[in-house]
Every structure is written in C-alpha cells, then in structure tokens.
Design a protein around this ligand. Structure first.
Ligand SMILES: [Zn+2]
Length: 243
C-alpha cells in the first residue's frame, strides 16, 4: 500500500515534470505515438525481435539478398501533418519519398514499396500492416518537424527504444542527412506508432522544421528535396551494404 502510494506520487511528479517545461524547447517531435491506434493484426513481436538480432558483419552483408524496403511518406489526404510558411508536411514528405524511391530503384538492386504514392489518407495501422505483409527488411518513415518556437530548426532521426538495428538505420540516415542542416539535433528514441508496430528495423526522420523560415525556404526548393532523397538513399545503402 505504502509502496504503491509512493509509486503513484512518483508517477504524478514525473508526469508533471515531463509536461511542465514551459521554456525548454520540446525534445520529441509531435508525431503519432504507439497508442494512437490499435496494433495491426499482423504485428509479430517475435519477428521483430529476430530481425533486431540480425548481425551485419562482412560475411552476412556479402551473403545478403537484395533488400525489400518500405518507404512511408508521413500524413496525406485528410491529414496535412504540420503546416507553416505556405507549406504542408504531407506534400513535402510525399515528394521526398518519391524522389528517394526513384533514386534507389535507379541505382541499387532493391525492391521499394511505398505506403502511399499520392495524396491519400492512410491509417497508421495500414502503413505498418502493409510493411509487415511484405516482409520488408527495413522501414523508413519520412516527416517534417514543427515547433511553436520558430527558431527551432535542423535534423533529427528516431528509432524504437532499445532497437539495435533500428538505431543503426536511424544513425546511418542521420549521418547522411545532417550535411543539409546546420542544426544537428541527434538520433533519438521514441515509441512512435510506425516504429512500434513494424516487424522490421525502422526509423523516422524529421528533415527540418516547417515552422522555421530558413528550413522552410530550403524545403520549398525541389533541388533541396532531391538532395535529401539522395542522402536518405545513401543512408539506407550504408545500413544494408555497409558502405
Ligand atoms: Zn509528421
């Protein structure tokens, strides 16, 4: 009784602390978390665990089959995602994702599927269910960040907490993408929905802030989006083939 009371107090205090920082900048991007929708029916924690144990040493890389990649352009249709500076997140993510798909297919022996390839509404469970049904080797969700503090800018990527290969995928893409931004916000961990219910290593990238005038003016340029796409693709290549 005493202990549970103490625990309850601790939980209340820590949740207040988490919700409280009025002046500190938000640390975690505002994207749908694990509890936004029920899990897809084909989510298999055992498969996920096995995929995370896979070792990427020289020999296994040499023997590796061509990867099946699922690219997930964030938001779409009824859900514009973040908006600002005349831009919509759903348009930027789709454009960057299509450019990434095209670059990979033209340059690497990989099979690429997209959770959407036009401006359509796709639920989170459909996105993850789609990737699980295709037995993808890895999953890359593309997003654009936003903050009430309009000076916040730069790049960050995410992996599911504790996922070894997810963290490596997030790190490889981050290392490629960071040259496009002056603010390097790091590789972070958070249980976003699409990172929680994918059976394979997954990352979620936040390439710039739509709420920041400088990031937004870069994102508005197709040449910049093409650079981001190439960097995403090179990061995926490094993840799978090691160079
Ligand atoms: Zn988003």
């Amino acid at each position: 009784m005493k202990w549970s009371k103490m625990l309850a107090v601790t939980l209340i205090v820590s949740s207040l602390a988490a919700a409280a920082p009025a002046f500190a900048e938000r640390e975690i991007a505002n994207e749908p978390a694990w509890d936004s929708e029920p899990a897809p029916r084909n989510f298999d924690p055992k498969k996920r665990e096995e995929a995370d144990k896979r070792v990427f040493d020289k020999e296994s890389i040499r023997m590796a089959a061509n990867p099946i990649i699922v690219i997930d352009p964030g938001h779409g249709g009824d859900d514009p995602g973040a908006t600002g500076n005349g831009l919509k997140e759903k348009d930027l993510t789709l454009d960057i994702a299509l450019r990434t798909r095209n670059y990979i297919v033209a340059n690497y022996p990989a099979t690429v599927y997209m959770t959407r390839s036009s401006d359509t509404t796709v639920s989170l469970s459909s996105r993850t269910s789609f990737a699980n049904a295709r037995n993808a080797d890895f999953f890359v969700s593309m997003h654009i960040n936003s903050a009430t503090n309009t000076s916040a800018n730069g790049i960050e990527t995410y992996a599911y907490p504790g996922s070894v290969n997810g963290k490596r995928l997030a790190t490889e893409t981050y290392n490629q993408l960071k040259s496009s931004f002056s603010s390097h916000r790091g590789v972070k961990e958070y249980a976003y929905y699409v990172l929680t219910y994918t059976n394979m290593p997954a990352t979620l990238g936040e390439t710039g802030f739509i709420s920041n005038a400088s990031d937004a003016s870069k994102l508005a340029q197709s040449s910049f989006r093409q650079t981001l796409a190439t960097q995403y693709a090179n990061g995926m290549h490094r993840y799978w083939w090691g160079f």
